[in-house]
Design a protein around this ligand. Structure first.
Ligand SMILES: [Zn+2]
Length: 528
């Protein structure tokens, strides 16, 4: 019985065996009565998107593994921050600018620009800035598409002081808590001024070992103290706002946050290498930084022309720092964006050469050479794909049946839904769940598998709660589904941050499913 006919059977009240996990090739297990009821309830709500949204808001979601911190903050926050910082705003170009000094608390702005604070009293300017900092109200025009608008937003709000970073982490953690999320891996680019300066003095020669030795010898590690201080300030700022550790602690305090070090891939090879090396060095000594990722438009000239070189750099550095995790944006491309040859190898190189454990987007996988073989490799190696449906729509124009999600599911590749840039895209993870249900036809069992997969592939330290990778059937460590862990299980959980999060997710699923209406009659009463 396939997933859709299984869903239909469940609607009719029949007992059904659901495919466990998103992968069709995964083992089959019996589904609890509570889970069946929950799946039935979701199927009923397909025809009522607002009610479906309310249902999906509360569903346990595990983690969001693909979230850029600056792209996750909403424009309204940036305008407020710019006003506090005394920045100026260009009312025509709709960008933030530094001031020319302060006069009695009021910024002096160059001719033709105004204090950003004036937007708080000028609704027209306020609206225009929100649109400029996001995809809200965006309409493509000649020579300017969604891709251009999306990536242009970051420079427009980029001048805001880093003192707001803690406030931003609080914003995304609070939003996550409100949607029953429990874990975030935030992509962030800490200061790399030392690495950047040294890159200018040590050109790329094609010998990564020699360049690494030269950069470390010249003091690249001096950058690490500034990075750790930045993380300290972010965490302290967040905790202060959320009153963590006090009787007034916000629910957001329960959201675990870790960081991925972002490397800007559209740069000269020497700078990419120096920044990547700094990321590996930092992640080796700083447990809050759990891995590395590359970003910037994959179709940019340097990202395309240096792609193979960059994967070779990562291959080398992964050998030197085997404990540091790696996720890579790869295959975030659509036909026509680059020549056909540019669509043929990025995901394979990221998986096989760089050794990426997760792939961000992976949209163009069917355009790769031997796509079937690549999908098999990813399934066999349990390389997870971070699926960002709205981002792929607004940047690449790829949605619905044109999306590769169905092919990944068919091939048994682990996938998890994520947001990418929820502020710029004006979404949240619940929106992506809704899109997955209504546009991609995912079932409740598949959403549950997505949540479990997100924690299974989180870069948290420790062994998985599950005995076999991506098969959520048998627990390790003497653990079994229940309200309280047995002593052996408690000891196992104590030794693994990852398993603790997975155990908590199972608890949340039990709570969520137990709240479902017991009969179809009561379901009609409107319980979501
Ligand atoms: Zn991304």
């Amino acid at each position: 019985m396939n997933r859709l006919s299984c869903a239909s059977a469940m609607l009719a009240g029949a007992v059904c065996l659901l495919v466990q996990g998103l992968a069709q090739k995964a083992p089959v297990r019996a589904v609890s009565l509570e889970e069946q009821r929950t799946a039935q309830q979701m199927e009923r709500l397909r025809a009522n998107p607002p009610a479906l949204h309310a249902f999906l808001l509360r569903i346990p979601k595990g983690g969001d593994l693909h979230m850029h911190l600056s792209g996750a903050v909403y424009a309204e926050t940036f305008i407020q921050d710019a006003a506090e910082d005394g920045l100026c705003a260009d009312p025509v170009k709709l960008v933030l600018l530094p001031n020319r000094g302060m006069d009695k608390g009021v910024p002096t702005c160059v001719e033709g620009t105004v204090p950003a604070a004036s937007a708080l009293k000028n609704q027209k300017l306020y609206d225009a800035l929100v649109d400029s900092f996001s995809m809200r109200a965006f309409v493509p025009s000649a020579g300017w598409n969604g891709h251009d608008q999306f990536f242009a937003t970051f420079a427009r709000f980029g001048g805001i002081n880093k003192s707001h970073l803690g406030e931003w982490v609080d914003e995304v953690a609070t939003r996550a808590a409100a949607q029953n999320e429990q874990y975030l891996e935030l992509m962030h680019t800490p200061d790399f001024s030392v690495a950047g300066r040294l890159a200018g003095q040590h050109p790329w020669t094609g010998d990564p070992a020699a360049l690494r030795a030269a950069l470390l010898g010249a003091g690249l590690r001096d950058n690490i103290a500034a990075n750790r201080a930045e993380l300290d300030a972010m965490d302290a700022g967040r905790k202060q706002r959320e009153h963590c550790g006090t009787p007034d602690a916000a629910t957001a305090c329960a959201v675990q946050v870790r960081y991925l070090y972002q490397v800007l891939r559209s740069a000269e090879p020497a700078r990419v290498f120096a920044q990547t090396l700094l990321g590996f060095e930092l992640a080796s000594v700083e447990p809050r930084v759990v891995g590395i990722n590359f970003l910037k438009p994959e179709d940019a000239y340097l990202a395309m022309s240096q792609y193979v070189t960059q994967m070779a750099m990562l291959h080398y550095l992964r050998g030197v720092y085997p404990k540091v995790h790696l996720s890579l944006h790869a295959g975030e491309l659509s036909p026509g964006m680059v020549p056909p040859e540019g669509l043929r190898f990025h995901i394979r190189e990221a998986v096989e050469e760089a050794g990426a454990e997760r792939i961000g987007h992976g949209v163009d996988v069917l355009y790769e050479t031997d796509a079937t073989g690549l999908l098999q490799t990813m399934a066999q190696r349990h390389v997870m794909v971070e699926v960002n449906l709205t981002s792929n729509d607004v940047i690449l124009g790829i949605r619905g049946k044109d999306h590769s999600l169905a092919s990944y599911l068919q091939a048994g590749v682990p996938v998890a839904l994520s947001t990418d840039d929820e502020g710029v895209s004006r979404i949240d993870l619940t929106h992506e769940y809704e899109r997955a249900v209504l546009e991609q036809g995912l079932t409740y069992a598949q959403l549950k598998a997505s949540a479990r997969t997100s924690l299974e592939h989180a870069f948290l330290p420790g062994s998985s709660l599950w005995a076999a990778p991506d098969q959520f059937t048998t627990m390790r460590g003497g653990c079994s589904d229940g309200s309280a862990p047995a002593p052996s299980c408690a000891a196992y959980l104590a030794g693994s941050e990852k398993a603790q999060q997975q155990w908590e997710l199972e608890r949340r699923f039990r709570t969520f499913e137990a709240a479902m209406p017991k009969s179809q009659a009561s379901a009609k009463g409107g319980a979501l």
